[in-house]
Design a protein around this ligand. Structure first.
Ligand code: SAM
Length: 273
């Protein structure tokens, strides 16, 4: 198997892990399963056997062509030759529920994840293989060293669970990192409080993670509240001026971002403008 590093190609060759991943998807008959980066099809055959509809999105020209040939006669299987970061799922997905699975290129983990969380229909379950450190960051509790903007951004809108670890020996070529399979369950009702304003706030806050919240709200780009304004807005959502960002759980961030937005923050010069 020749692998293109630029496309993050590390193919999963351990049949036991392949089976465990497909089991974690648990496709039901109303589901469309979307596989990201099927590669040589390590998961694709088993997924096609279990899902009523399978859509597999592969960027690599040669691999996409080989998959198209291989699944040409398979009912309910669509191979999309394209980039998952720009692909519009609405073109293929119907009204039914969507489950996503992928052993993805690690260099684009975060863009893929945030993109999936913006899909409509919102996937009801996402099974992703990620680098172990990324899994630790996503699962970290408030106060943990690994807890940061990515943790809050994802957990504000989804539940994240580490399912099992995968050693580097399960891949060819052997990567220089270990992996973890995650189950991510987006919460549709969480969306009212999320979005750009949350991202601005978490970036500002974790950019100054050792500082107190009142200081951050006074000095971070796009914020610049007066001391009184900062104290008032923090009190309004039950926070103390001296709290630090790393102790706030995702709902607290959502509330604070909403309270700030009601006062017109972040201002236009903010990081997201
Ligand atoms: N699923 C296969 C497996 O488990 O053996 C391949 C996994 S490999 C880590 C990642 C796959 O994603 C490769 O096939 C690569 O070509 C594909 N890929 C890379 N970037 C992509 C993108 N932006 N959109 C879709 N597929 C991509």
């Amino acid at each position: 198997m020749r692998a293109k590093r630029s496309l993050g190609q590390n193919f999963l060759v351990d049949p036991n892990i392949q089976r465990k991943i497909v089991d974690a998807v648990e496709p039901e008959s109303a589901d469309t399963v979307v596989e990201i980066g099927p590669g040589h099809g390590a998961l694709t055959d088993a997924l096609a056997a279990r899902a009523t509809r399978l859509v597999a999105v592969e960027l690599d020209d040669d691999l996409a062509a080989a998959l198209r040939a291989r699944f040409a006669d398979a009912r309910g299987v669509t191979i999309v030759h394209g980039d998952v970061l720009t692909w519009d799922p609405a073109a293929v997905l119907g009204r039914g529920t969507v489950r996503v699975v992928g052993n993805i290129p690690y260099n684009i983990t975060s863009p893929i994840l945030f993109r999936l969380l913006q899909w409509r229909p919102l996937p009801e379950r996402i099974i992703l293989m990620v680098q172990r450190e990324v899994a630790d960051r996503l699962a970290a509790p408030p106060g943990d060293r690994e807890y940061g903007a990515m943790t809050v951004g994802v957990r504000a809108v989804a539940d994240v669970e580490r399912l099992f670890h995968v050693g580097r020996g399960a891949f060819r070529p052997v990567p220089n990192v270990d992996s973890t399979v995650l189950r991510i369950a987006p919460r549709p009702e969480a969306w009212a409080g999320a979005g750009g304003r949350l991202r601005s706030l978490t970036r500002a806050a974790f950019g100054l993670r050792r500082k107190q919240l009142q200081k951050i709200l006074r000095t971070a780009p796009g914020y610049g509240l007066s001391r009184e304004e900062a104290e008032t807005v923090l009190a309004e959502v039950g926070l103390r001026p001296e709290d630090r960002p790393e102790v706030l759980d995702p709902p607290a961030f959502i509330e604070l971002a909403a309270a700030l937005e009601r006062r017109g923050f972040p201002r236009a010069e903010g990081p997201d403008s």
